[in-house]
Design a binder for this molecule. Sequence first.
Ligand code: ATP
Ligand code: MG
Length: 591
Amino acid sequence: MRMTQLLIPTLRENPADAEVVSHQLLVRAGYLRKVASGLYNYLPLMQRVLKKISQIVRDEMDATGAQELLMPILQPAELWKDSGRWEVYGKELIRLKDRHERDCVLGPTHEEVITTIAKNELASYRQLPMNLYQIQNKYRDETRPRFGLLRGREFIMKDAYSFHTSQEDLEREYQVMADAYTRIFNRCGLETRMVQSDSGAIGGNVSHEYMVLTRIGEDEQQSGENDVYHCSNCDYAANANHASSILSPANTTGDKSAAEVVDTPNATSIESLENDFNIPATIILKSLIYIVNEDIPVMVLIRGDLAVEETKLKNSIQDALEIRLATDEEIKDLTGGSAKGFVGPVELPKPIDVIADTSVLELKNFAVAFNQVDKHLVGVNWDADISTPKNVTDIRLAQVGDTCSACKQGTLEMTRGIEVGNIFQLDTKYSKMMNATYADEDGVEKHFVMGCYGIGISRTAAAAVERYHDDYGIIWPLAIAPYHVVVVPVNTEDETQMTLATQVYEQLQAAGVEIVIDDRDARAGMKFKDADLIGFPIRITAGKKAGEGLLEVKMRDQKESQDLTVEQILPFVQQQFETWKPLQQQPAAVG
Ligand code: ATP
Ligand code: MG
């Protein structure tokens, strides 16, 4: 293609609203334009990248025997009412009415529709197992649709769904998908880590995420980005919202003391109790009030040095759709005037359900607030002073340095990752809700055992940019670059340069290389800048040495260049294709 005829609107400046590198570079390099918050035009270069990633996904999915289909984005609310998700999906679900005032949704995922297909079309165990997938737009009204393609309100997903007669067969297919995912990301040039994850709104018990390990942004936890814990000793790896660890020890030595009230003026935080009153955080019982589904308060107890993991907390509360910390006003109201920092599980005027983290059970001679401003009880012991909580479960955020709960030897380390894929064992969650059955060998109707498997196609493109870029622009892995080669005639007025450049362009194009010739009448410096920004893996320049029949060849990811003749160019480029190898990461075993 000729640059003068392509729509590649590069910009000199980063767009003001782009906070992460992939968003900045994809807009600046002419791949992406915003239409509205979380909605983008994929310009021609972007579309080529997305098609390449999709093709890799298709190849690998087809190779496993999965079949591609296409389901509607617009779906009737009835299906969502049948599955129960109409009520529980929350504000992310885009709901609308058609001209007949019928409720509809824009699919954020397709479990309901696919389960209906299985219900209607798969009658017998003989048709199982079956794995069906599509590549399509998804809609989620995300709270903060920032960060470009990492978190859109409309985005492209590959979603696959499998149907089985048994849990064992689901587990077999789950491993097949896990292996395919590793191959897919290898072929995209992306190293990934498979980590245990929370099943969220999709449901089921077992799920794993594929994380591209990278840091985006500097400090704050950013969208599309997750904290990932992994063990220094074994294979254990989990998203922070799912990770468990062995509790670090607290001070439990010494005889049991008698409880006494002490004055703790202005000690509204654990830090001030530690610093101003010399009470170590590890012997403080921290009490927090959360509001569940906007109306039910619960009191959450945890050891003072630990933090609550809100996804784990939410999962531990039956029917919790949303949870949040109570406001100061709500706290005052619920505790009879007590302020934040002085709320405790004793003598509450109104009874509130209590959920405790397992860390609190070991506490001895601990300090606790008891709903009196500027006072704490110290030397407190379970049962002697307050009754031991009944509802006790792991709701804490694991800490770096904690002992691994899997091998009980290594310690947990943390990295950040972008979730590019997620696989789930759904069991019979949807088939039961939607009464989808097949007839088994004895003619007995049984619910399908299901799995589902997603890959964020557009997020994967952005993750590749996060992973592969430098100060000058994008450095695409060869397999997903929009074009392989750019040929730059330094001066388009120079006939020798133009002739040589055109000769190379035509030769490579005829050989099937995806190539662009930068035929713009522009300064060479600008063309080089654009070539680096766009991220063509190979740049061929016809410049000063064109008279000697030499072209300068430079790989985007290398500093040095070399001079080659026209005859040497094609073999050189072909060699790049041969030496471009997908990553050789081995698939991980699930389990
Ligand atoms: P997240 O936790 O980042 O919100 P999710 O767990 O809700 O994602 P899934 O339901 O597992 O997402 O969807 C499958 C895949 O789709 C994800 O692994 C991710 O790659 C992609 N994805 C999900 N939400 C978005 C989004 N808003 N924009 C772009 N890609 C997305
Ligand atoms: Mg997910």
